[in-house]
Design a protein around this ligand. Structure first.
Ligand code: C2O
Ligand code: CU
Length: 545
């Protein structure tokens, strides 16, 4: 396969937002980082060179990395960090992904500034399953901290509290004109009347599900997480961290300037949220409004609206893009997603009884000096336990009211769930909450999955499965499991390797809402993991949590 080689130099560079300048980690000095363009089926090679003063790793989010977890980029799970001065040649083999994905750092909170889009075009001589757009624009949603993000992260770990709020929301690195000192850099999309534009949206934010809306325009969603969807016409989209969405914008309104805006959709925190804004600017002669009007959004804490939006998404499911839904389930799993209270992660932690988060009441700890992948590959014992439970020991029943004994406790562990090659897996992801709560965007590495059902309340094994969508369920790599609700996913474990699953809210992730699947090798040579590259980063010192 012909490989395109990219050079990713991780280094500090200075950037100014909200009237203040700071030095921060970037790739090639760019914020957001460079966009990788490729075609379906291509091999992309990225030379990651660490010229910064901090450890780094880069993950290709949504790329399945067939048989090659070695360069998936998760510290302590698949690799040790790339330390300052070192480099790592990472292979990203595209298989059936087509659409928009992204890459981001995967150590501590470095992904706050180290991220960029991956745009996967159809193979040469192929077309989109929709009319060719006149032009396309990636829009990456992000967050800005005036403070150094590593310090924000370390302070929250040390004190056992939630990290400080970010200071702005961003589209392509720009807060927009509702924030101080930002007006002249506001993102602009100039459109010709009558033409159609493809917007490739990535939610690269750390902690927020967003609504996105364009004043007076509907959009048509045509893809999500690197797979096409049935066209969905809508006046707003809801997008969770880790999700991508491709949608068409038709410039079919009277020529003018229109706000496009992203606003936080819900949060358990009491805080003022200013939308990030951009401008859709029609080409032509007209008198623009002196102040364009913001689109009106669904209500804040609009749990129902957001779930309603994602429930309308469907796979294309036609002859050219058939679905491959597993129908002979060999593993029926039930995972609870819980915010718990527990002891501190770090020795310096002052606040006993800090917040933790868990899957099946296990808050994952990283192995310190070895990666799970290397330990598995070389058969080194004592690094992980292969006993992640198929079900939680206690199932919280919130229809019975608050029962702290169900939710209060979690155990630390480095437990892994083992899957035979080609197992067919179904997981009911059940959100549980005590006190405040929010949805959990659950992301799986190495695979994508069909979301066959979602609902509010406790999952009911009798009445819910008959209502599953087995015809055209959407294919995702990140599903937003509703607060006090559930989602059921299915995937075929046909990718041998070590694959992470976790909440894509950085806060919950840090608190331990993460686990690992190991998919074993199959019989045939092309069903086995490939050997590691020669330049795997070495573990030099125990890394931080
Ligand atoms: Cu986008 Cu494990 O992450
Ligand atoms: Cu979460």
């Amino acid at each position: 396969v012909h490989a395109l080689v990219h050079k990713f130099e991780v280094r500090r560079s200075s950037h100014t937002r909200l009237c203040s300048t700071k030095s921060m980690l970037t790739v090639n000095g760019q914020f957001p980082g460079p966009t990788i363009y490729a075609r379906r089926g291509e091999l992309v090679v990225i030379d990651v060179i660490n010229r910064a003063d901090a450890n780094i790793s880069i993950h290709w989010h949504g790329v399945k990395m067939p048989r090659y977890p070695w360069t998936d980029g998760v510290t302590q799970v698949t690799q040790c960090p790339i330390s300052p001065g070192k480099r790592f040649r990472q292979r990203m083999l595209l298989s059936n992904e087509e659409g928009t994905l992204f890459w981001h750092a995967h150590i501590d909170w470095t992904r706050a500034t180290v991220y960029g889009a991956i745009i996967i075009l159809p193979p040469k001589a192929h077309t989109y399953p929709f009319p060719k757009p006149h032009a396309q624009l990636p829009i990456l949603l992000g967050e800005w901290w005036n403070a150094d993000v590593q310090q924000v992260f370390e302070k929250s770990i040390a004190e056992g509290v939630a990290a400080d709020f970010s200071d702005a929301f961003l589209m392509n690195g720009q807060p927009g004109d509702l924030y101080p000192c930002s007006k002249q850099d506001t993102l602009k999309l100039s459109v010709e009347p009558g033409k159609t534009y493809l917007i490739r949206m990535v939610n690269a934010m750390m902690n927020y599900i967003m609504y996105f809306k364009i004043k007076d325009h509907n959009v048509t969603v045509v893809g999500m997480d690197g797979a096409y969807t049935k066209p969905l016409n809508t006046d707003h989209i809801a997008i969770a961290p880790g999700q991508t969405m491709d949608f068409l914008l038709e410039a079919n309104q009277p020529p003018s300037r229109y706000y496009m805006a992203g606003r936080v959709w819900a949060s358990p925190y009491w805080h003022t949220y200013i939308p990030t804004t951009g401008i859709v600017e029609y080409v032509g002669n007209y008198t623009p409004p002196s102040t364009p009007v913001l689109p009106s959004f669904p209500g804040f804490q609009g749990w129902a609206e957001s779930t309603h939006f994602s429930k309308r998404l469907r796979s294309l499911a036609n002859d050219n893009y058939p679905i491959k839904l597993p129908m002979n389930i060999t593993h029926n799993l039930f995972f609870t997603l819980t915010i718990n209270v527990g002891p501190c992660f770090s020795n310096s932690c002052k606040n006993d009884g800090r917040l933790l988060a868990s899957i099946n009441n296990i808050s994952m700890l990283y192995p310190e000096t070895q990666t799970i992948l290397e330990a598995y590959y070389k058969g080194i014992g004592g690094v992980f336990t292969p006993d992640f439970p198929a079900k939680p020991s206690t199932i919280f029943d919130f229809t019975q009211g608050y029962k702290p004994e169900d939710e209060g406790h979690t155990q630390f562990g480095t437990a892994v769930y083992m899957l035979d090659y080609n197992s067919e897996v179904e997981i009911v992801l059940q959100g549980t909450n005590f006190g405040i709560g929010i949805d959990h965007p659950i992301h799986l590495h190495g695979h994508n999955f069909y979301v066959i059902g979602t609902g509010f309340g406790n999952f009911d094994p009798t009445t819910d499965p008959p209502r599953y969508n087995l015809i055209d369920p959407p294919l995702m790599d990140t599903v937003s499991v509703p607060k006090n609700g559930w989602s059921t996913i299915r995937f075929k474990a046909n990718n041998p390797g070590v694959w992470y699953m976790h909440c894509h809210f950085e806060r919950h992730y840090t608190w331990g809402m993460k686990m690992v699947f190991i998919v074993k090798d199959g019989e045939a040579p092309n069903e086995k993991m490939l050997p590691p590259p020669p330049d795997m980063p070495r573990c030099e010192a125990p890394s931080q949590q």
